[in-house]
Design a protein around this ligand. Structure first.
Ligand SMILES: *[C@@H]1O[C@H](CO)[C@@H](O)[C@H](O)[C@H]1NC(C)=O
Ligand SMILES: *[C@@H]1O[C@H](CO)[C@@H](O)[C@H](O)[C@H]1NC(C)=O
Ligand SMILES: *[C@@H]1O[C@H](CO)[C@@H](O)[C@H](O)[C@H]1NC(C)=O
Ligand SMILES: *[C@@H]1O[C@H](CO)[C@@H](O)[C@H](O)[C@H]1NC(C)=O
Ligand SMILES: *[C@@H]1O[C@H](CO)[C@@H](O)[C@H](O)[C@H]1NC(C)=O
Ligand SMILES: *[C@@H]1O[C@H](CO)[C@@H](O)[C@H](O)[C@H]1NC(C)=O
Ligand SMILES: *[C@@H]1O[C@H](CO)[C@@H](O)[C@H](O)[C@H]1NC(C)=O
Ligand SMILES: CC(=O)N[C@H]1CO[C@H](CO)[C@@H](O)[C@@H]1O
Length: 346
């Protein structure tokens, strides 16, 4: 019976944000009802396809790290455009706000679809980092990058910078306190907020049509070429998380590795989020569209591609992919029962 308090604890962790909202830490932002719609208004539709994101001040790219399935800003000399810094950007459908949400994907080497996701830090009570997680939005297809932008590229993320990838002392929080619980869809959605909201970015002979969800291509497709710097357009954006847009200060991706939690086995960094302030050019990213591509909308449940490497707290409770719905009910009854028993014995 000693495991019951633990079980309850896990359950509390699991439900904490959902049930109690954003209490504790930073708390809600009273002006979110103004900034939320403004962020959406200042954001724009962009063509779907393959992009790189280079930070304007530091020149760092957002890079997918395969072995730990993470997103980390590149460091220094090896920062360049190659498969690891190319991202698949999919549109996330229409809605009453004009449908400017996008998801940003990368397949890992075993072809699991990973999405840049917003992590909630429940100590500080805010979204603290961009991390990779199993895509639960727009995962109807798993799209490999269908061209090689840098054939023969040998460089990788410099593992000794900005911090060694060594197993660290266990003073960091273990992973489940990371409260990266069940993905709410908005956590895998991002907005491309224009540096200058009065301008609609134009892309070379491609334009996104939100009515059909497809790119309209005018004339011949531009062959992506890193060396000739040949692409379909390049514009500056803030990369804003769609999570908590309606109740907190908006959060933007900032190219700084974060080691707040022992999130990955080797504590590979993840990428920090910071409060977005329009006009703060330190938060701007240069998005280069190397190749436009159309993707079907929607998602598909596929039990074959359940996340393989990180135990998310919900798998401690039940396996959502294989169990019938009644399992949930039985767990509910069991938990209620054990809770009563536990209360009675204290
Ligand atoms: C939206 O853009 C306007 C400038 O057009 C700016 O004044 C405003 O602060 C921006 N809003 C947000 C929430 O960034
Ligand atoms: C796709 O997302 C849905 C939820 O939106 C999820 O249930 C499903 O497991 C995901 N499929 C894959 C293949 O990851
Ligand atoms: C990059 O992607 C191409 C096409 O998928 C592949 O042939 C090539 O091996 C990849 N290169 C690296 C360094 O991963
Ligand atoms: C990797 O980073 C470390 C620490 O910043 C630096 O000393 C080393 O020279 C870098 N290695 C390469 C190949 O850039
Ligand atoms: C886009 O994000 C906003 C803010 O989180 C959300 O209210 C809206 O429902 C999202 N749109 C879609 C289509 O998911
Ligand atoms: C952690 O780092 C060690 C040494 O660099 C490496 O051998 C090991 O594969 C890494 N573990 C994971 C899970 O990436
Ligand atoms: C601008 O953004 C950077 C990175 O997010 C932050 O460190 C800095 O404090 C911000 N500056 C202002 C004036 O808000
Ligand atoms: C393109 C480039 O600079 N690649 C280098 C990246 O780093 C590796 C090892 O650290 C070098 O061997 C590559 O030449």
């Amino acid at each position: 019976m000693s495991s019951i308090p633990f079980l309850l604890f896990i359950i509390c962790v699991f439900f904490s944000e959902r049930v109690f909202g954003v209490e504790g830490g930073e708390g809600t932002y009273p002006l979110a009802y103004i900034t939320g719609p403004q962020i959406l208004e200042n954001s724009t539709h962009i063509p779907t396809g393959f992009y790189t994101f280079r930070h304007v001040e530091t020149g760092k790219y957002l890079q997918f790290i395969d072995f730990d399935n993470q997103v980390v800003p590149t460091d220094g000399a090896n920062s360049t455009v190659f498969n690891g810094t190319l991202w698949t950007v999919k549109w996330h459908g229409d809605d009453e706000y004009g449908g400017k949400n996008y998801s940003i994907h990368h397949l890992n080497k075993v072809k699991y679809d990973k999405c840049i996701s917003t992590r909630w830090d429940h100590h500080r009570g805010l979204d603290d980092a961009a991390v990779m997680w199993q895509c639960e939005v727009d995962n109807i297809t798993r799209n490999d990058i269908n061209f090689d932008i840098y054939p023969g590229f040998k460089g990788v993320y410099n593992e000794s910078a900005p911090r060694p990838l060594q197993r660290r002392k266990r003073h960091l929080e273990p992973r489940y306190i990371n409260t990266y619980e069940s993905i709410r869809q908005d956590k895998q959605q991002w907005l491309f907020m224009r540096a200058d909201p009065s301008e609609t970015p134009l892309w070379s002979n491609v334009r996104f049509d939100p009515k059909t969800g497809e790119n309209r291509i005018n004339g011949p497709m531009i062959e992506p070429d890193r060396e000739k710097d040949q692409h379909s357009g390049r514009h500056l954006f803030y990369l804003v998380s769609a999570a908590h847009l309606w109740n907190m200060v908006p959060r933007c991706i900032y190219p700084q590795a974060s080691y707040e939690f022992d999130f990955t086995p080797n504590n590979t960094g993840v990428t920090a989020l910071d409060h977005c302030f329009w006009g703060n050019t330190s938060q701007l990213w240069e998005a280069t569209l190397w190749k436009p591509e159309n993707f079907p909308l929607g998602y598909t449940p596929n039990p074959m591609y359940v996340d393989d490497q990180v135990v998310s707290s919900r798998f401690l409770l039940w396996n959502a992919h294989t169990s019938p719905g009644s399992t949930v009910m039985w767990w509910g009854i069991l938990v209620a029962f054990t809770f009563i028993v536990w209360i009675c014995h204290h």
